[in-house]
Design a protein around this ligand. Structure first.
Ligand SMILES: *Cc1c(COP(=O)(O)O)cnc(C)c1O
Length: 395
């Protein structure tokens, strides 16, 4: 693969065009390029015949969506090269809806040990109440996942890279083993977005995204999506409808507007993240930087094989320091805000502690998760440099 600065050269030109045009239909909306915000619960039918013939049409009642929602569904279907896509009110509800779509009482499901912690909570605490047995597997297991399959195993859930620890999974190897055993393969692809990794091109059946993150991209929207292949579409669509989930048109409009510029935002997040990650790696306060685009990352080769880019989120392990010293660093950052979520234009920093049950995760020092936003990377480096001075000044 052609590389510049350790990063695969942008081969997303066609996808950039998709990002701008997918789901648009200006002449159905008085020529407006952006599909307008339709607020509707009741959708009127002109005649009894029309009512009877169109019970299953997409626009029959607000909960099934409006033209605004359909525009985002069409855009994501194209972007993910999917059979169809549904929109959920949050990334977490996309995860839970997707799992409920394929699991039933008596089943066993395998969940990557490095998943987003609310996903872990749902799997560990809620699914067992419905008679579903859950095991967490080491994310780097690869094809050996088949050793964990039981007669009742129904699905394998992946998230790559893993939340907080950024382990890259061998998605095709895991998916291939799972499909040989006729299991469903689900993946949370929020970190890369479909711009930098396409789950359905790597044998995944159900691709999940927190649209809250990079697709919306401006720290002001909560939404999720589930894009599926043809085989998974009916169970996912039926379950989504049965659960009564929908999402408001204003948020969907904002997600669509954010998505149009994903093709310029994500490469910029990547460029700045790589600059800051390389700077951090050379700092005496830093033990390790967990960013798959760095050559030092344990799964760099796997990332390079399967991904076409890296987004702006990574973790840093510091050399051992007191909690007081870390607080002194984080409490007075100029540009890095402290808060959950990521994927917006603003840089964020957060102390984190990964939770593992399928193997140990030994870290010697404090761990920080960093989101590199769209600020100038020189300013971000100065901010971190001043933070390290505060870190060193406190015992
Ligand atoms: C944030 C996040 C989610 C959940 O998204 P929300 O919209 O906040 O519910 C799911 N998966 C991953 C990997 C995330 O980082």
């Amino acid at each position: 693969m052609a590389k510049k600065n350790g990063v695969p050269e942008n081969n997303n030109q066609e996808r950039d065009t998709t990002l701008v045009h997918a789901g648009t239909n200006p002449h159905a909306h008085e020529g407006a390029f952006n599909t307008p915000v339709y607020h509707a619960s009741t959708i009127l039918f002109p005649t009894v015949k029309d009512l009877e013939d169109n019970q299953t049409r997409p626009l029959s009642y607000g909960i099934r969506g409006t033209p605004t929602m359909r525009a985002l569904q069409e855009a994501l279907t194209e972007l993910e090269d999917a059979h169809g896509a549904i929109i959920t009110p949050s990334g977490l509800s996309a995860v839970t809806t997707a799992l409920l779509s394929v699991l039933k009482s008596g089943d066993h499901v395998l969940i990557a040990d490095s998943v987003y912690s609310p996903t872990r909570h749902f799997c560990a605490k809620i699914l067992p109440r419905y008679g579903i047995d859950v095991s967490f597997y080491p994310p780097r297991i690869g094809a050996a996942i088949s050793d964990l399959f039981r007669a009742e195993t129904c699905a394998v859930f992946l998230e790559s890279p893993g939340s907080l620890t950024f382990d890259i999974q061998d998605v095709p190897a895991i998916a291939d083993s799972a499909h040989k055993a006729e299991l469903w393969v689900l993946m949370d692809n929020s970190w890369a977005s479909p711009l930098f990794f396409q789950p359905l091109h790597h044998e995944v059946d159900i691709s999940i995204q927190a649209l809250t993150k990079y697709v919306s991209g401006h720290a002001d929207v909560m939404l999720g999506s589930i894009a599926t292949n043809e085989r998974a579409w009916t169970p996912v669509d039926n379950t989504h409808q049965a659960l009564g989930l929908t999402a408001g048109p204003d948020d969907i409009y904002m997600a669509l507007r954010g998505m149009r510029t994903l093709g310029v935002r994500l490469p910029r997040h990547q460029e700045s993240a790589l600059t800051v990650a390389r700077w951090l790696e050379a700092r005496p306060e830093v033990e390790a930087v967990l960013y798959p685009a760095l050559e030092s990352h344990a799964d760099h080769d796997l990332w390079q094989r399967d991904f076409s880019g890296a987004s702006g989120l990574f973790s840093v392990i510091l050399k051992p320091r007191s909690a007081r010293a870390v607080a002194a660093m984080l409490d007075s950052m100029a540009y890095f805000g402290m808060g959950y979520s990521w994927g917006g234009m603003e840089s964020l920093i957060l102390p984190v502690t990964p939770h593992r049950t399928a193997g140990s995760w030994e870290v010697t020092g404090p761990m920080l998760r960093i989101h590199i936003g769209l600020e100038d990377s020189k300013d971000l480096i100065h901010d971190l440099e001043a933070g390290f001075e505060r870190l060193r000044s406190v015992d």
